[in-house]
Design a protein around this ligand. Sequence first.
Ligand code: IMP
Ligand code: MG
Length: 336
Amino acid sequence: MACTIIVGGFFGDEGKGKIVAHIARRDRPAIISRGGVGPNAGHTVNIGEKTYGVRMVPSGFVYEEALLCIGTGVLVDPRVFLSEVDLLGVKGRAFVDERCGIIDEAHIQRDKGSDHLSKTIGSTGTGCGPANADRVMRIGRQAKDVPELAEYLMDVPAEINESLDDGEFVLIEGTQGFYISLYFGTYPYVTSKDTSASQIAADNGVGPTRIDDVIAVFKAYPTRVGAGPFTTEMTPEEAHELGIEEFGTVTHRPRRIGNWDGERARYSAMINGCTQAAITGIDRIDPDSYGCSDYNKLSKVAKDFIKKAEDDIGAPVTLISTGPDISHIIDLRKEL
Ligand code: IMP
Ligand code: MG
């Protein structure tokens, strides 16, 4: 398990942040590096009384010994990055690849000002689409051109590959979800880049032969923010009956709620090359499982759900999240 990638199996917001934070604490990676689009993603980490929503710094920041990196393929909004570094007190161990594309105010204005992006697609308005468009047109700025980022610059892929050569554990954190991938998602209702495990590896300059594990994270009740097809979506009334109400970490928009989609889970696991899966929100399937950390104490309802999910996904479910706190988890993985 020298190099593990975490990805979202559905439409994003599956709880990757919490899974990453847990793995970081248990398995002590030398480096935790972020892949994915950019600050359009928000990861939430709850520790005791505190809730952190991170958009640039990897969610594994809770493990204090790791270097926290942003991979080459990820867009950086310097203002968001610098404010998170400050807020989380991670200066000295937070780094940005020197080649990362940069988001500036003009990108944000183009994102918010475009009816197509902001209304039809329902973008997060964080400037990611226009910044990726500029990169493709080869007119965008890079991290090395931004004086405020000078002290944070690193050759992130070199650092990761050297760490792997030394036999250290590296955790690569994906963002977004499989079905909002530019290639594999519900186009055009997607984000501005691929979000599958191969892309997350490429974002960090890690070759396909170096990946040992891909953990895909699935939500028991999937959600979607923004427009686009969602075959298992339930009505707001049904969601209310179940006591489910969620809001986006970045945009605070209400999330659409759906039922488990076995077919989509299987397809996403296949393309991601999923070796293990994590299921989050089991406490919504069976409220009695809230906070449980022992598989044997789960009810039959919860265990049956996990068994069915495992059959759909085609890989073992080794992590089961039973509540929002970092401690609300059942970890069936082998010790490293
Ligand atoms: P954009 O990535 O901001 O251009 O938004 C395009 C679509 O992707 C919109 O439907 C967003 O709601 C969705 N999206 C982008 N990032 C995330 C994420 O991290 N979680 C969930 N949805 C996202
Ligand atoms: Mg999110």
